[in-house]
Design a protein around this ligand. Structure first.
Ligand SMILES: Nc1ncnc2c1ncn2[C@@H]1O[C@H](COP(=O)(O)OP(=O)(O)OP(=O)(O)O)[C@@H](O)[C@H]1O
Ligand SMILES: [Mg+2]
Length: 257
């Protein structure tokens, strides 16, 4: 097993505005993740789905330690996530943010992709090899000397993936990677993800995409796991509707009722 979550809870503190508005009363807290348990095996491709506000983004941010968990245990590749192990865990898990602009901030894509490697103390020579390999792997070598400010959404998405891949994490996580992609960019992304052998957890509202890229589906509802099954669940109309989701149409849906 490569990733293990044991009774993980994330509570957002109330915002300053809320404290002000409710002067005198306690700040509003949101329990966004409420006692999550699951394990992922090496090489598994997991779609993380659920309606808006279900807690999907919060969960991934907690797994990479960007958000501190309120209770529970997260273990990645045998290492328990704590403040001390944060850097070590972040080398194992790469998160591709929902918005590529949050990932790309250097003058050139080359530097964006090199960024993590530079931070981890690799030599410039090794970094150059790594960056070129990674760009090649994703078929975006031509973007090397471009600025992310002048790329299309699809190009930015691939560059953001390159920036994460270059660190050679064992687990890859994505937050709505098909958002804003046109048909061709979406197809390219699907083919790219199918080729990557990493363990993947992918948040998506694109059920067809989940069907093509993932083998397992976890449905979140109000910060809890409502279902954790094979991707056949995507065709289960009644179950999907229960969680505010639209099922895929197919013969399997007819057979499965
Ligand atoms: N910084 C924050 N402070 C307080 N509450 C927050 C914060 N970020 C998110 N929340 C709340 O936590 C809950 C889960 O939000 P989250 O962003 O994880 O949902 P999501 O499943 O990713 O939704 P979406 O599909 O809309 O992206 C929601 O109720 C949301 O309002
Ligand atoms: Mg989200």
């Amino acid at each position: 097993m490569i990733l293990k979550l044991n009774d993980v809870t994330v509570i957002y503190p109330g915002t300053a505005a809320e404290v002000n508005r409710d002067r005198g009363s306690l700040p509003v807290k949101t329990k966004a993740i409420d006692g999550i348990n699951f394990t992922a095996n090496r090489g598994e491709n997991i779609a993380l789905i659920g309606e808006n506000g279900a807690g999907k983004t919060t969960l991934l941010l907690a797994i990479v330690g960007i958000l501190e968990i309120s209770s529970g245990i997260i273990e990645a590749d045998g290492i328990q996530l704590t403040r001390k192990t944060l850097n070590e865990v972040r080398k194992k898990i790469g998160l591709v943010f929902q918005n590529p602009d949050d990932q790309l901030f250097m003058p050139y894509i080359y530097d964006d992709v090199a960024f993590g490697c530079r931070n981890s103390g690799m030599t410039e020579e090794d970094i150059k090899i790594r960056v070129n390999e990674t760009l090649n792997q994703l078929n975006i070598s031509h973007l090397c000397n471009r600025s992310s400010l002048k790329l299309s959404e699809g190009e930015k998405r691939m560059a953001a993936i390159a920036a994460v891949l270059a660190m050679q994490p064992s687990i890859l996580m994505f937050d709505e990677p098909t958002a804003f992609l046109d048909h061709r960019a979406r197809r390219t992304l699907i083919e790219t993800l199918q080729k990557l052998q990493h363990t993947k957890i992918i948040i998506t509202h694109d059920m067809q995409f989940a069907e093509e890229v993932c083998n397992r589906v976890i449905i979140l509802k109000n910060g809890r796991i409502a279902a954790d099954e094979s991707k056949a669940i995507l065709y289960n109309k009644e179950l999907m509707q229960n969680y505010g989701l639209e099922a895929l149409q197919s013969k399997a849906a007819v057979q499965g009722g």
